[in-house]
Ligand binder design. Structure first.
Ligand code: FAD
Length: 466
């Protein structure tokens, strides 16, 4: 095998609970360090599953996730199956499309097939002789006293460390909730999401593939990401209340006519009516908690620690980065769990909370601001300043997506530069008003002689809508 095997000297057992995206990557990290790794996944092996879900749900992979994959030698395999997206493509109601670049020239995010990514991660984990994949192992509970894990079917199992990667509704986290001074909050947003496939047209992508397409419509929006099979995966985000109003196929068409008319011929009216009711709209939850660890026995990572709304495309990226951060701390503190876990909480909690907050902020930005002239103007100003002062002014999206700047530092820097730029723009405005006034005084135009009261009433009249 190509993996570092320091395993002979160390026999500590690490149990990774949850063999999803973060769990499998994490397993590779621990195995690379030589631990004996047991992965417990409640589902069957998705690679053997007979019923493959009809459509592929895709994800945005960016710098943080890529760096984490790179550490275990998986970056190239994964990006070779991704589709680069350099810009958003904003679809206006009248059908016009306008691109807004994600970053500088050459910077892009990748559209990745979630199921394939999960399969690749499972196969990568399997190449390590010191990883055991235990499918159909649903964890029910674990004991904070003994560390023993209870599963639905098998007998209790012990490990030296339990890593909870079991997602937003983590069963591992349940025990944390009973501890004193454990903070926890969970928020459902009023929106749900629904997925619709846009098929190829004459064997080609129905829209330009190297974009993340967005139809912002204030209280709701639709996005579309390209797949390798030349389909697009459209996701409609809308308040549940609105979903409930669309009860029949005809109403779906009526709704799309009103808000996404350009998408109807691309998806096809019949397919649209069918896909819309294939599954009920799904809920989205944001979870924040602290601490991320319990003693030297257990640590929460990925969505189990910080599930977020999907509007920054960072959930998985943050979860992958978790693996990298823990790994860095393991290096610093010599793999001593009693020191590593508290340090991990100290370092990672502010970042997990910051990205959950930013994702919630982007929930508003994507729906509303991309339609506003001021927002677009500020985006151009930010990008321009970034070009002339690349180290000082960095657009928020760039810091989140194309760097590994700690998320909480990103938020701080963003607030700072927002203040500076707004003050700068105010200053420029003041200078031009002052300059203009000076010119007016210095070179007064010939004005009709109007008394001041009359001038005032004329100005008032200008405000009237007619
Ligand atoms: P999960 O992927 O949820 O995996 C948890 C695993 O644990 C599962 O395999 C589950 O079967 C298993 N499990 C659960 N309970 C138990 C148990 N009791 N015992 C044993 N096993 C158990 N992120 C991005 O970075 N980019 C995106 O573009 C993006 N888009 C998204 C779009 C949508 C609509 C949604 C909902 C999320 C999106 N995300 C995105 C977020 C991303 O999906 C998650 O952050 C990511 O899946 C988290 O991985 P995880 O391994 O922590 O959890």
């Amino acid at each position: 095998s190509t993996n570092d095997s320091k395993s002979t000297s160390k026999k500590k057992v690490v149990a990774v609970v949850g063999g999803g995206l973060v769990g499998n990557l994490n397993a590779c990290y621990f195995a690379k360090r030589g631990f004996q790794v047991e992965v417990f996944e409640s589902r069957e092996d998705i690679r053997q599953a007979k019923i493959v879900k009809g459509r592929s749900i895709n994800l945005v992979l960016s710098h943080r996730g890529r760096q984490a994959l790179k550490h275990v030698g998986m970056e190239d395999t994964i990006i070779s199956k991704g589709i680069p997206m350099h810009s958003r493509m904003i679809h206006a109601l009248n059908g016009t499309q306008s691109p807004i670049p994600y970053g500088k020239k050459g910077q892009y995010i990748l559209s990745i097939d979630r199921a394939n990514l999960n399969k690749e991660l499972l196969s990568a984990a399997e190449t390590y002789p010191n990883i055991n994949l235990n499918f159909a192992h649903k964890l029910l509970n674990w004991s904070t006293e003994t560390g023993a894990m209870t599963f639905e079917k098998t007998e209790d199992i012990q490990a030296d460390l339990i890593v909870g990667c079991d997602g937003a509704f983590s069963a591992i986290r349940k025990q944390f909730l009973r501890q004193s001074r454990f903070n926890y909050s969970q928020t459902y947003i009023p929106h749900g999401y629904l997925e619709i496939t846009m098929p190829p047209i004459n064997g080609e992508f129905a829209m330009k593939p190297d974009y993340l397409h967005i139809w912002p419509r204030n209280t709701f929006m639709m996005i579309a990401l390209p797949n390798l099979d030349k389909t697009f995966n459209c996701t409609l985000f809308m308040p549940f209340e609105e979903f409930e109003k669309v009860t029949t196929g005809d109403k779906v068409i009526e709704f799309f006519q009103k808000y996404f008319p350009d998408a109807i011929p691309l998806i096809g009216a019949e397919a649209l009516k069918r896909d819309f009711f294939r599954l009920p709209a799904q809920a989205m939850v944001s979870v924040k908690c602290s601490s991320y660890h319990f003693g030297d026995k257990c640590v929460l990572m990925g969505d189990a620690a910080h599930a977020m709304v999907p509007f920054y495309g960072q959930g998985m990226n943050a979860g992958f980065e978790d693996c990298l951060v823990l790994n860095e701390i393991m290096d610093q503190l010599n793999e001593d769990f009693s020191a590593v876990l508290p340090e991990y909480t100290r370092v990672r909690v502010p970042d997990g909370q910051a990205i959950a907050d930013l994702a919630m902020y982007n929930y508003v930005e994507m729906r509303e601001h991309v339609n506003s002239k001021w927002f677009l103007f500020r985006k151009y100003v930010d990008n321009f300043l970034h070009i002339i002062m690349p180290r000082t002014i960095i657009p928020l999206y760039t810091m989140v997506t194309f760097t590994r700047t700690r998320y909480h530092k990103v938020v701080k820097h963003w607030h700072w530069q927002d203040k500076v730029i707004n003050q700068g723009l105010l200053f420029c405005a003041a200078v031009s008003v002052a300059g203009g006034s000076y010119l007016l005084v210095r070179y007064p135009p010939s004005m009709p002689n109007i008394p001041i009261e009359q001038l005032w009433s004329r100005l008032q009249a200008l405000k009237s809508p007619f």
